[in-house]
Write a protein that binds this ligand. Structure first.
Ligand code: AMP
Length: 400
């Protein structure tokens, strides 16, 4: 039974209290196993584990990530698969922040591990969680090569004018403050897939990629190289997101500290967890928001308009940055599924060569597709993202 996993990759995305994983074959793209452990470290943790068509759900205490990984190993064993001996080619770990140290997927050696620890101050909510995942898997699968795939890597070549804040240069240099960009694995995967769909080389295509999920970011990519992106030093900057503010006047931080007597921790939680769509209308599930908009709910309508306004601002900015735009690409949960968001964000841009075809836009599919008219100068596409596949491919490329 074990040989069915041989050559595939275990992809791990460890959050502070969650562990998402997939086993997939990077060549055939077949997903062999898929799972999510949640509320790790709390009393009532749970796991959902899917293996070749069979789903198992358990509720049980999972004190830490190592316990979660040990449970995953046990669940495989229950299916007759000894994961340690199954011939996994690699483990690919999503690591959020690569700082100025990592520009590409990297085999995790002791030195690399120490460097990820060292730069954790840049992403205190994310990198330590990613490291617990790395440590837990390494303890149980010490012989399988582990590769870190960084969310910032694709944007490490952002040009200086996009990467720098207009901040005191000494302070910026001393504290490594610059725009790093995130969701890079998705932007890279989707932009390559978009070029393939158009039958062109990525190096010939100028594109705007709109990754609209619970987290959201846009990028402007010229000939395969990113020239701008909306997320910055942290994933807080840019578009309105499910629970994050996106762009906000930094003066509001001073104001809340002085007038509302809020601590930095309070403001961090407010901006990252209680704002965005949730802050505006109490909801961050876009399906529910669209239903409320249709039902005439004013709060939801306001949230939707604020979301769209910010998105259109960046689409316009990136058209100017790129000069010539060949394609605008929608991806992630909202981008792939919410036809009204696609139509409304590009409405009225006919004179800029962007014409959505309503019938094409209404089609639901898991495949890359064109949603603009045949005479639209700019090809508007929906391209499903697949970060797990991108991480698996990257991990295998590093270990070969
Ligand atoms: P992601 O972070 O990429 O998983 O995206 C999650 C977001 O996609 C949530 O806000 C979901 O409500 C939204 N989403 C998923 N399916 C749909 C849909 N059919 N229509 C509108 N939004 C959707």
């Amino acid at each position: 039974m074990s040989e069915v996993i041989a050559g595939s990759v275990l992809v791990v995305n460890a959050g502070s209290s969650s562990l998402k994983y997939q086993v997939l074959d990077p060549k055939t793209e077949e997903v062999i196993a898929d799972g999510l452990a949640e509320r790790i470290g709390e009393q009532a943790a749970s796991i959902k584990h899917w293996y070749r068509g069979t789903e198992v759900r358990r509720e049980l205490p999972l004190p830490d990530h190592e316990a979660a990984i040990a449970l995953v190993v046990d669940l495989f064993a229950e299916e007759g698969v000894d994961i340690a001996e199954s011939g996994l080619a690699a483990v690919g770990h999503r690591v959020v922040h690569g700082g100025r140290s990592f520009f590409e997927p990297t085999l995790i050696t002791e030195r690399v591990h120490s460097e990820i620890v060292r730069i954790s101050s840049l992403a205190p909510l994310h990198n330590p969680a990613n490291l617990t995942g790395i440590d837990a898997v390494t303890a149980l699968l010490p012989d399988v090569p582990a590769v870190a795939v960084f969310d910032t890597a694709f944007f490490s070549r952002l040009p200086d004018e996009s990467a720098h804040y207009a901040l005191d240069a000494e302070v910026a240099a001393k504290y490594a403050i610059r725009r790093y960009g995130f969701h890079g694995t998705s932007h890279q995967y989707v932009s390559q897939s978009a070029a393939e769909f158009l039958g062109r080389k990525a190096s010939d295509v100028n594109q705007i990629v709109l990754h609209l999920g619970n987290g959201a970011s846009a990028s402007a990519i010229r000939g395969g190289v990113p020239v701008d992106t909306t997320m910055g030093m942290t994933p807080l900057e840019g578009l309105v997101m499910g629970t994050r503010t996106g762009d906000i006047d930094a003066g509001i931080v001073f104001h809340l500290a002085r007038v509302a007597d809020m601590s930095i921790e309070d403001i961090d939680v407010l901006f990252n967890k209680k704002s965005g769509l949730k802050g505006l209308c109490g909801e961050n599930d876009f399906r529910a928001i669209l239903e409320r908009v249709d039902a005439g709910d004013d709060e939801a309508a306001k949230a939707y308009l604020v979301y769209l306004h910010r998105l259109r601002r960046y689409i316009g900015a990136y058209m100017i940055q790129l000069g010539r735009v060949d394609t605008i690409v929608f991806t992630a949960g909202v981008g792939e599924n919410a036809a009204p968001v696609r139509a409304d964000s590009l409405a009225g841009l006919e004179r800029y060569g962007v014409i959505i075809d309503p019938e094409r836009n209404a089609v639901r599919s898991d495949e890359p597709r064109l949603i603009s008219t045949d005479d639209s100068e700019v090809a508007v596409l929906v391209v499903p993202t697949n970060e797990e596949l991108a991480i698996a491919r990257a991990a295998v490329a590093v270990t070969n």
